[in-house]
Design a protein around this ligand. Structure first.
Ligand code: FAD
Length: 423
């Protein structure tokens, strides 16, 4: 390997973490971002005004709000009510799970962290708790995309006991934030190269050589890897990177991070037919095969989003998109008491996203396991002041929302490198 130019940096991945890191470092150092896809944004993917990936801002999150403001984007609170629909019976629901208070009390009292499944089997074993167990597992899977067999009770307690903050949407789309960061980076002289899938990274102290699958090589003094945890966990995945010399303890640490998927269904209609059924429909959780749906309130878009999170998302892998669409329409026809023919006639377009099959992501976002805090601490430690990891899975702060986590992590790594290069 030749001598690396001092202050040269390569960032792999142009999602939220990679772009914010690049924007902090551009102008100060020579920064090249290598992105496998043909666009930037990563798991932020706004297409024709619809959010195929991240959608909500989970409260007043400092970095997200600051960037949205700088991007000239507008945040609006989500509107509408939360409904539970079972056997065609609509109920406004504030508590998602009956017995929620008792559940939280027992979670709080837990001494040593265990998985959610183990906790439910120990603390809520009886037949009288069957529904509570089912709903708790469904909530952890649906909202946190967490597998109850692996998810940490202490982490879920920290999150659930905070209550639900007001949620916001970005009117111009989440991509307003990543587009803004990209512009900032490029204006400061950073190169962002798309269609550059990194296959190999060779490193020694203060030198890295990175190989992309089109045969190009790039050299720099330092390397930031912002790949999704799902890719870092799968050595044989099409987008995984062979790091030489290998980092065995880091590979083991990636295994301890929980990473879940989502099946997201976007259905665009000619009109918002649900407004006739019930006033102000915001979110619906039902007893249907595709249980969770939401509207775009406060915007009057005739769009319904279906969601299956966590291990349940994978159970649909043996179905074709057409079959999933059929289940979606049938679920909606039962929830809103309209015929399948009616709903089909109103349907204008659809998108079905199985995030675990999208090669650049292999899932949706991370969750905590009882072992992930220690693993994360190692992964956040730079290797020989040369290799740095960032991304939504490597956040240890107080705020919910994984885009915020990605932004925070990218910014933190950039600040660390600025410090390291100043020494
Ligand atoms: C369906 C869905 C819904 C979500 N909803 C929300 C939400 O409502 N609120 C929220 O806060 N978060 C949400 N998230 C999570 C949020 O989108 C992510 O946490 C965040 O965007 C991750 O940013 P990142 O930079 O860490 O990773 P990414 O955005 O995944 O960036 C990593 C980049 O690396 C690139 N890459 C991968 N392999 C290679 C390679 N070998 N070479 C070069 N480049 C490579 C990828 O293409 C990608 O661009 C959602 C995610 C999904 C999928």
């Amino acid at each position: 390997m030749g001598k690396a130019k001092k202050g040269s940096l390569i960032i792999v991945g142009a999602g939220a973490a990679g772009l914010i890191a690049a924007s902090e470092l551009a102008g100060k150092f020579q920064v090249t971002v290598l992105e496998a896809s043909d666009t930037t944004g990563g798991r932020i993917r706004t297409i024709d005004g619809m959010e195929a990936g991240a959608e909500f801002v989970h409260g007043e999150l400092p970095l997200t709000m600051e960037l949205a403001k700088k991007a000239g984007a507008t945040l609006e609170k989500t509107g509408g009510h939360f409904y539970q629909v079972s056997d065609c019976d609509w109920r406004r629901q504030d508590d998602i799970i009956e017995g929620w208070d008792l559940l939280l009390q027992k979670m709080e009292a837990l001494k040593d962290d265990i998985t959610l499944d183990a906790f439910l089997e120990t603390n809520f074993a009886g037949g009288e708790y069957e529904e509570l167990r089912r709903r708790t597992r469904a909530y952890a899977s649906g909202f946190d995309v967490a597998d109850p067999v692996k998810a940490s009770v202490k982490a879920l307690y920290r999150e659930w006991s905070q209550g639900m903050d007001e949620m916001y949407r970005i009117k111009e789309g989440y991509a307003a934030i990543t587009d803004h960061l990209q512009q900032q980076c490029e204006a400061a002289g950073c190169r962002i190269l798309t269609n550059k899938k990194v296959k190999q990274a060779d490193w020694e102290q203060d030198r890295v050589k990175v190989y992309t699958d089109d045969g190009e090589t790039f050299e720099a003094q330092k390397l930031i890897l912002t790949l999704p945890a799902g890719i870092m966990q799968r050595k044989l995945a099409s987008h995984s990177i062979n790091i030489t010399p290998p980092l065995d303890s880091y590979d083991t640490a990636w295994e301890q991070i929980g990473y879940g998927s989502v099946l997201k269904i976007l259905l665009k209609f000619k009109e918002a037919f649900w407004a006739e059924q019930q006033e102000e429909v915001g979110f619906v959780i039902s007893d249907q095969p595709i249980p969770t749906w939401w509207t775009q309130l406060p915007y009057d878009e005739p769009l319904l989003t279906g969601w299956i999170g966590g291990p349940y998302a994978l159970q649909w892998d043996n179905k074709t998109d057409e079959e999933i669409l059929e289940h979606a329409v049938t679920s909606l026809s039962r929830i809103f008491r309209r015929t399948v023919t009616d709903i089909t006639a109103l349907l204008e377009s659809h998108q079905i996203l199985r995030w675990h099959t999208i090669e650049t992501a292999l899932g949706a976002y991370s969750y905590e396991t009882p072992l992930s805090a220690e693993a994360r601490a190692l992964l956040m430690t730079p290797v020989a002041g040369t290799l740095y990891f960032a991304g939504e899975a490597l956040y240890n702060g107080p705020h919910p929302g994984t885009v915020e986590a990605a932004l925070y992590s990218g910014k933190e790594v950039a600040e660390r490198i600025i410090g390291d290069l100043a020494d």
